[in-house]
Design a protein around this ligand. Structure first.
Ligand code: SAM
Length: 288
């Protein structure tokens, strides 16, 4: 999917009209894409470079470009709600993922984050995904297969519960990172502790503050972890037209929180975290 080669069968291409409306095509020789403004023959794109304009039989012009992962994730079929590209990008940074690393993920849901993980660890890496709902697992498999043009050899999808610890015994205690995106991540603290190597990174994605509080307190109580830290990210797109340059009126307001913590070496007890007491709790004069 890279390089300056011409558009080829299997490529995922996004076509965009002059109002920014777009469609996604999986290029196949002889196929036709239908819009309510006429159709486009895939053969009009095959063998040509990216960045060309194609015209429907109804006369509407579209710019054609290979989809970026962000485009693909936002257009692909979904079973479960996906991790948005802005959060997937932060997860790649927070886990410190790099080529050759191994990462465990649950649940795979629609496979959106899975694509980022597989792409980031590269050809020498390893991704193990768990998804307990067979229908969602099939959606994840189809999306991953479509994005990579086949099922990556570096990827294992386990259709079942994370609690089954379905990874290869050789990977036990050896994962570089674990990412959890599920309703009750605190139920899996022990499993994740068994999966991660010392120093390995756990990132938990949760949608609500009550979940965030519960997982943070359970990790602290468990004791095998560094002090958890949490964040959320907000991405605001901008309207760009002449001198009318301002934030867009609409944005994705809330997706989720990301909690990060690292696995301590077995038997290590972290020094207790010293916190400055809140001013109101010190007995001093209010506002002092
Ligand atoms: C919000 S979705 C994940 C979306 C996914 N991260 C993505 O980007 O497409 C949460 C998924 O976790 C799965 N799940 C929940 N608990 C699980 C468990 N204990 N083991 C495996 N999968 C689990 C659910 O079936 C659901 O599909």
């Amino acid at each position: 999917m890279t390089g300056d080669r011409v558009l080829s069968p299997g490529d995922i291409v996004q076509i965009t009209d002059d109002r920014g409306r777009h469609h996604t095509l999986n290029l196949q020789p002889g196929a036709t894409f239908h819009t309510h403004r006429g159709s486009i023959a895939h053969d009009d794109l095959l063998g040509r470079p990216e960045g060309i304009v194609v015209t429907t039989t109804g006369g509407t012009r579209y710019v054609a470009l290979r989809s970026l992962l962000e485009d693909f994730v936002l257009s692909m079929p979904r079973g479960a709600a996906v991790i948005y590209p802005k959060d997937a990008a932060r997860i790649a940074m927070l886990t410190g993922l790099r080529p050759g690393w191994s990462v465990l993920e649950a649940g795979a849901g629609s496979g959106a984050l899975t694509c980022t993980l597989i792409q980031t660890v590269g050809a020498q890496g390893r991704v193990v995904s768990c998804e307990r709902r067979p229908d969602f697992a099939e959606t994840a498999r189809a999306n991953v297969t479509r994005w990579f043009g086949g099922e990556p050899e570096t990827w294992t999808l386990h259709v079942g519960d994370l609690a089954e610890r379905p990874w290869d015994p050789g990977l036990s205690g050896g994962f570089d990172a674990v990412v959890l995106d599920m309703l009750d991540p605190w139920e899996h603290v022990d499993t994740v502790a068994a999966a991660l190597r010392p120093g390995g990174v756990l990132v938990v994605y949760v949608a609500t503050t009550t979940q965030l509080s519960r997982i943070a307190e359970d990790l602290r109580a468990d004791g095998r972890w560094t002090e958890p830290r949490a964040e959320e990210s907000l991405v605001r797109t901008w309207h760009l037209e002449g001198l009318a340059v301002r934030p867009d009126h609409r944005m994705v307001g809330h997706t989720g929180f990301l909690l990060t913590s690292r696995r301590l070496a077995e038997g290590t007890v972290a020094p207790p975290r010293r916190r400055r007491p809140a001013k109101g709790l010190t007995g001093g004069a209010p506002g002092a």
